[in-house]
Design a protein around this ligand. Structure first.
Ligand code: CO
Length: 134
């Protein structure tokens, strides 16, 4: 069911420092910061030949990233995102297998303007998984 790795998201305590690290030290193609107020994050996308890295920084008072950074002050991998062809079919398949879909359980529009859902990390080896319809 799952297809390509769409991106790996890394929560960072200092976005400017993380941008400089990827751009200057690693020589990556780093995009401009973008605010996603409805998701409580400021994001920077880094394009790699085979996937993307999404740098995540808290935006606003109740950002979902703030708690993660308080537990992981140096930052860390927050989630990985796999592509699926049909988010509704993915949702139904996973629900039937007992996997917990976070939030309302319904797909919503994610940071790339496409339908996404998130799966509980306790059901997937301690990894928060995002599925994105492409
Ligand atoms: Co993501």
């Amino acid at each position: 069911m799952i297809g390509r790795l769409n991106h790996v998201a890394i929560a960072v305590p200092d976005l400017d420092a993380a941008v400089a690290l990827y751009r200057d030290a690693l020589g990556a193609d780093v995009g401009a910061p973008r605010d996603e107020p409805e998701h409580g994050v400021r994001v920077v996308f880094i394009s790699l030949p085979n996937t993307k890295i999404e740098l995540l920084h808290p935006l606003g008072d109740d950002s979902p990233i703030a708690g993660f950074l308080s537990r992981n002050p140096a930052g860390g991998i927050h989630h990985i995102c796999y592509e699926v062809a049909d988010i509704r079919a993915a949702h139904d398949r996973l629900s039937a297998q007992g996997a917990r879909v976070l939030g309302s359980g319904e797909p919503k529009i994610g940071a790339h303007g496409k339908p996404v859902l998130f799966l509980h990390p306790k059901d997937f080896n301690g990894t928060l998984i995002e599925l994105e319809e492409v």
